[in-house]
Design a binder for this molecule. Structure first.
Ligand code: AMP
Length: 120
């Protein structure tokens, strides 16, 4: 699968579509999910064109990878999620239920977020 530069997160990165931004630096943009599944539901996306977490792991530079995870740490601290914990999810591909083909990490928290796989 090749990267589709018209996916909605690519369009948000280009400023063509607004987002509810919570954090931005050289490597990432983070914004509130439009359909939150927890009291805190933030999406963290790399600025580079990566389809999925495995594509990111295979192709991103060390600086991009470090920057991505440092941003998650920064956001978790800023939103007060570190004391009681939170969950990160990277839906990947068809079986993983990935809807937007630009790598993104969901940060879910602000309260108990339930079982890892609903119904399991
Ligand atoms: P996934 O199934 O992991 O690809 O999740 C995509 C997520 O993007 C869903 O949780 C959507 O609610 C969210 N989403 C889609 N469009 C937007 C948007 N314009 N702004 C913020 N979140 C969005």
């Amino acid at each position: 699968m090749t990267y589709d530069s018209n996916n909605i997160f690519a369009r948000i990165l280009r400023g063509e579509i607004p987002c509810d931004r919570v954090y931005e630096d050289d490597h990432v943009l983070a914004f509130n999910d439009i359909a939150p599944q927890a009291p805190v539901h933030i999406l963290v996306i790399p600025k580079g064109d990566y389809l999925s977490i495995d594509d990111f792991g295979a192709k991103a530079s060390a600086a991009e990878i470090k920057g991505f995870f440092a941003a998650i740490d920064h956001i978790a601290a800023a939103r007060g999620l570190k004391a009681n914990g939170f969950r990160c999810i990277a839906n990947t591909g068809t079986h993983g239920g990935q809807e937007v083909p630009h790598f993104h990490m969901h940060i879910l928290g602000g309260g108990p977020v339930g079982r890892m796989v609903p119904g399991a």
